[in-house]
Ligand binder design. Structure first.
Ligand SMILES: C[S@@+](CC[C@H](N)C(=O)[O-])C[C@H]1O[C@@H](n2cnc3c(N)ncnc32)[C@H](O)[C@@H]1O
Length: 212
């Protein structure tokens, strides 16, 4: 997708979140460029141990279920490989819109996945309200996040390219970084509680949430 089409996908967020949007858009474009240059570092491609671990964590929950993968990346991620079931991916890179405004009917999915994507959203609470709206009453939300929110980082080098954080952002790729406890708090604000989790070294945490 070319940059102009990509910006058209995210533009509705500018009206809704005018204060956040300029800095968030810069982090989004940095992440897009990094994904083009260094796809293995940005997306869950096969062959990565952390991706295999996440696939094993979600396998019992997603088998034979209708899944929505929010911020699922430009192609189906390697953790989604499974015997059965169907998946709908929401990602501006795929041209399927944004988490904060999911264009689909309410209460139809069994499972919603945010795999290293929740802290990329422009507005986390709005994205989680949408996830809650499109999930069935018995639906589950699975989040892959950092265990702890990393410290602020104004510039990051990936494969020889330097990326810079816009003013106010946590780092070049995230407006706001989330650790496991930040995720738990955001989840409780939309009525979901932690039912299962698995933390991995050095700083990964897989979490499954159900409705209160
Ligand atoms: C680190 S990538 C993870 C992609 C995929 N889940 C994976 O593990 O390969 C973060 C993804 O979040 C997407 N994203 C960023 N902002 C978003 C938004 N507001 N709504 C939906 N997806 C978004 C990005 O386009 C990107 O594909």
């Amino acid at each position: 997708m070319n940059l102009q089409k990509l910006i058209d996908q995210i533009k509705p967020l500018a009206k809704r979140f005018p204060v956040l949007y300029p800095a968030w858009q810069a982090t989004f474009i940095n992440a897009y460029v990094c994904g083009e240059i260094s796809p293995k570092r940005s997306y869950s491609l096969s062959g990565r141990q952390d991706v295999e671990n996440f696939a094993a964590f979600i396998k019992p929950t997603i088998a034979h279920k209708f899944v929505i993968d929010i911020g699922g990346g430009p192609t189906a991620a390697a953790y989604l490989i499974r015997p059965n079931g169907a998946t709908h991916i929401i990602d501006p890179l795929l041209g399927t819109g944004v988490a904060e405004d999911i264009r689909t009917d309410a209460t139809q999915y069994d499972v919603c996945i945010f795999a290293t994507s929740l802290d990329h959203l422009c507005h986390v609470h709005a994205g989680l309200l949408e996830a809650s709206r499109v999930l069935k009453r018995s639906g589950k939300i699975i989040v892959w996040s950092n265990k702890e929110a990393p410290p602020r980082n104004p510039c990051v080098e990936v494969d020889g390219v330097w990326y810079y954080a816009p003013p106010g952002a946590s780092d070049p790729f995230h407006y706001r970084q989330l650790g496991m406890y930040d995720v738990q708090k955001e989840m409780s604000n939309v009525g979901f509680y932690l039912t299962r989790h698995q933390c991995e070294e050095p700083d990964q945490c897989f979490q499954e949430y159900s409705r209160c």
